[in-house]
Design a protein around this ligand. Structure first.
Ligand SMILES: *[C@@H]1O[C@H](CO)[C@@H](O)[C@H](O)[C@H]1NC(C)=O
Ligand SMILES: *[C@@H]1O[C@H](CO)[C@@H](O)[C@H](O)[C@H]1NC(C)=O
Ligand SMILES: *[C@@H]1O[C@H](CO)[C@@H](O)[C@H](O)[C@H]1NC(C)=O
Length: 329
């Protein structure tokens, strides 16, 4: 297969930071992934995408690198983020627990989930050393031996609760809480894609009902987590679309467009196609007399992320995100 042809094993980190409104801070955090504090370039590393959501006051940076380099790149980005984002000042409609909210490590090629888990644990340990007061909870393949999912970990920490006391949460790594940093989720799992579907309605309760109907935990679609948010005067169903390795339903590639599959060095991963999710939401919305406005993929599919990473790294384009601005999200 083509997965290992590139010759370097690649991983992605979709770094979620609790800031979107101050552009220069986002720029600094992205730059820090590419250069160390002495201005030396981190080799084989690129920031493919930066997506900022103003209402959420949250940005997602797609950082890609080799298995050897990704830890350094991500730590340096996080250190910068902790220095310029104050979680105690946070204001935004999206729930978050930390200044750096989420550090998920995903395999792209030639690397196992176990290795990604080790990388993630390394990042957590290095961060608490470099940023005293930062604290981490671990999820997925970094959460040994239980490997609890991010959703399970978040639920057990009370992520969805209003007025949650972040300092009272028990961390897996790091001791002394700092209200400026909050708590950061660090982990590894198969790639998680983000897509969102906008309803032509201001009715948040309909949005919440539709989100519940497509969410895996409440009997919806496999690998899908969904929440409804008000955004720009309308309601948006924001979905996390997980890749999974255990295939319970027949997956037949092009014929059945419900699932999309890809391989990483022999292992098959699958996810529910965003078109299928969109069709399901359209159907549920129509039964409430609501139309959808559109569906947006935030960032990349896992396959596109790998191909873009290979392209950017082999061409030495470390600020790939700047080329994408305006053209994509
Ligand atoms: C969803 O997509 C729209 C564009 O259609 C964008 O403005 C919005 O910020 C996105 N929301 C999320 C959750 O990323
Ligand atoms: C962004 O944050 C920096 C501090 O990190 C501050 O100096 C600057 O004034 C802020 N910019 C805006 C537009 O708020
Ligand atoms: C966005 O959130 C950051 C901290 O997460 C906060 O410092 C900043 O003030 C917020 N921006 C606005 C305009 O509320």
């Amino acid at each position: 297969m083509t997965s290992c042809k590139f010759g370097k094993s690649l991983v992605a980190c979709l770094l979620n930071v609790s800031e979107a409104r101050n552009k220069s801070n986002i720029e600094r955090i992205a730059k820090a992934a590419l250069f160390n504090s002495c201005g030396q370039e981190h080799p084989d590393t690129s920031v493919l995408n930066v997506f900022s959501n103003y209402d959420y006051n949250r940005s997602v940076l797609t950082i890609v690198s080799t298995t050897e380099q990704i830890g350094t790149a991500v730590v340096s980005s996080c250190v910068e983020g902790f220095s310029c984002i104050d979680h105690s000042q946070h204001d935004g409609v999206h729930p978050c627990l930390g200044a750096i909210d989420l550090v998920p490590i995903y395999p792209l090629s030639g690397v196992t989930l176990e290795q990604c888990g080790q990388i993630a644990r390394g990042v957590a340990e290095e961060l608490v050393k470099q940023v005293p007061g930062s604290r981490m909870f671990l999820f997925g393949y970094a959460d040994v031996p239980e490997r609890r999912s991010l959703a399970d970990k978040r639920r057990s920490l009370g992520w969805f609760r209003q007025n949650l006391d972040v300092n009272a949460i028990k961390a897996d790594v790091g001791m002394i809480p700092s209200k400026n940093y909050g708590i950061t989720g660090v982990g590894a799992s198969p790639y998680v894609m983000n897509c969102n579907i906008t309803l032509d309605s201001q009715d948040l309760s309909s949005g919440k009902a539709i989100a519940a109907a497509i969410r895996e935990r409440t009997g919806g679609l496999k690998g899908v987590q969904a929440m409804a948010f008000p955004n720009k005067g309308l309601v948006e169903i924001a979905c996390n679309v997980e890749s999974f390795t255990d295939i319970t339903e027949g997956i037949s590639g092009e014929k059945d467009d419900k699932f999309v599959s890809y391989k990483i060095c022999g292992d098959t991963f699958s996810y529910i196609s965003p078109r299928h999710i969109e069709a399901k939401v359209q159907y549920l919305a129509a039964s409430r007399g609501i139309k959808t406005v559109g569906t947006a993929l935030v960032g990349f599919t896992p396959q596109k992320c790998r191909l873009t990473a290979e392209y950017a790294i082999s061409h030495g384009i470390n600020e790939f995100w700047k080329r994408r601005q305006g053209a994509f999200m």
